[in-house]
Ligand binder design. Structure first.
Ligand code: GLU
Ligand code: ZN
Length: 302
């Protein structure tokens, strides 16, 4: 007998570096609609692992805007900043695989090396056989193997990456003691029972590292779908750094309408002036993931 697939659970995991803007609304809306259209759960997790980058008040502002949009989540909001002990336990578990090693190389020492898919230097392996500068503070790196990782992205299609040539041995705990995004996201997605991850295509190149970590930890692989990200005319990602305007909590309908349109859903123009509830109501009935444009980025004009 075929076993029935379990319930779908998706999430939105914003970094609290500022208020929600149009670029992050796309990821919130896409993950929400894809989960809800399958009658699944949708969770919100605050990615505040990088404490120095966290802006006080930003997490609350993001949650408030989601509520004003009608994007109500299930269960409690998780905060990565409260999960350090769990990440530490996973680091210890990984250390037993002998794939983890201390690395004393500084950012400056690595700056000149060829760069990987995400633009950061490919680790040249200096500390693989032992730390180069014993006595210095050290990070923990995870050794990758020379395998080609392939997965089928629900939006972008087949994606291939050679971990060794395109990602390299990657840091899972920094020298300052902070756990990295790659480790935290894999542990949290698993601990929260996620079944799918719908997010911006800027994280497509991180997915093979996350699949690799899942396999090492004996965790189930998730379903991934990477949405186009919004860029300005010069190709820059819409973000706080590029001064993307925050959304107006008193008038979110037009932003939701534009986000749906950005995601290829063709909302009727009569909905543009409607309140968020009406727009989301339409979207829940009409959402089709296969209408999302199969591109990594699209220009967004105000
Ligand atoms: N916190 C990440 C970001 O805001 C997203 C993490 C994820 O969806 O895996 O870019
Ligand atoms: Zn090193």
């Amino acid at each position: 007998m075929l076993s029935k697939p379990g319930p779908v659970r998706g999430r939105f995991a914003p970094s609290p570096t500022g208020p929600l803007h149009f670029g992050s609304l796309i990821a919130a809306l896409g993950s929400f609609l894809e989960a809800r259209a399958q009658r699944g759960e949708w969770r919100v997790r605050i990615d505040d692992i990088d404490a120095p980058r966290t802006v006080p008040g930003a997490a609350d502002a993001i949650l408030r805007t989601l509520e004003h949009c009608g994007l109500f989540w299930d269960g409690e909001v998780w905060y990565q900043s409260q999960r350090t002990e769990r990440y530490q336990a996973v680091l210890e578990q990984l250390s037993r695989t002998e794939q983890v090693y201390p690395c004393t190389c500084t950012r400056r020492e690595l700056a000149g090396y060829p760069r990987g898919a995400d633009g950061s230097p490919l680790y040249p392996g200096h500390c693989r056989a032992g730390p180069r500068q014993p006595g210095r503070p050290y990070a923990f790196r995870l050794r990758v193997t020379n395998t080609q990782l392939t997965f089928l992205d629900a939006i972008q299609g087949a994606h291939h990456q050679s971990l060794e040539r395109e990602a390299g041995d990657f840091v899972i705990r920094r020298a300052d003691g902070l756990f990295t995004y790659q480790l935290a996201v894999v542990v949290d997605d698993a601990d929260q029972g996620m079944t799918e991850v719908i997010r911006g295509s800027d994280l497509l190149d991180s997915t093979p590292r996350q699949l690799y970590l899942q396999a090492l930890l004996g965790l189930p692989a998730l379903r991934y779908g990477h949405l186009p990200i919004a860029v300005d005319e010069s190709g820059g990602k819409l973000s706080k750094q590029t001064h993307a305007p925050p959304l107006d909590d008193r008038n979110l309908g037009p932003a939701l309408w534009k986000a749906l349109s950005f995601l290829g859903q063709q909302p009727p123009s009569g909905l543009l002036r409607e309140p968020p509830t009406a727009i989301l109501g339409w979207a829940l009935v009409h959402w089709r993931l296969e209408r999302v444009p199969v591109v990594r980025a699209q220009i967004w004009t105000r």
